[in-house]
Design a binder for this molecule. Sequence first.
Ligand code: IPD
Length: 260
Amino acid sequence: MEIAADIAEEVGTEIMRLRTEGVDVAATKSSLTDVVTESDRLAENLIFERLRASRPNDAILGEEGTRYPGTTEITWVIDPIDGTVNYLYDLVAYCVSIAACVNDETAYSDGKRAVAAAVFNPKTNELFKASTGNGAFLNGDPLSVSKETVLAKALIGTGFGYTAERRLEQHRILGKVIARVRDIRRIGTAAYDLCLVASGRLDGYFEKGIKPWDWAAGALIATEAGALTLGQKEDDPAGEDFFIAGPPIIAHELQALLAQ
Ligand code: IPD
């Protein structure tokens, strides 16, 4: 956890500094709106170097293409900038997300589960971290999820993917949810959304189509703060198909609504 936290802080501070020098789109991925900046690449390389120096035998999987095979049971799942579009526009919600994961077929849809993790938002100077069984922390203070139990009073975070097809589907689902909750927030970084659930600043979160690097660290931080993570239907694991997180009652109510 401390390795993840130190690297996330260093890299977050560096990408924020780079942002002051200006930023350009370096490439696009799944669609014209799915952008990569030079900072995403530099940040992923820096995380890679730092992890190789302190954990040379572990595997590393990164959003921007790093696939490094290891010989231990640990895979580091990293998102160098979660919230790249916010970064591009200099909006305050973007973060570095780093998780040390073990194999666990029952946990999430990718068959991995974080055992130690950190998420750092350099613009707000918030460092979230957690390790299995030891709770979750924000800048050293323990976190716990919201006490809300009524979905109609819950503030729910969500996000949208980058392809038109995915967004139309998300729009259809959102249409069902928005009438049943206090309100919806689209903050722009799934890792941070999950940390806000951990902090009780969102009562719940759901999204279709997020990737392991979006959820790996945030999911551990949320669950260590008392959240439950669920898939769309009762026996589905949370993951790419559907990711629901929240205090247990809200998570189950959201699942029941989304299962429809
Ligand atoms: C995105 C953010 C966003 C979520 C998208 C993700 P990126 O990650 O987490 O909030 O809605 O599904 O792809 O592209 O900024 O790393």
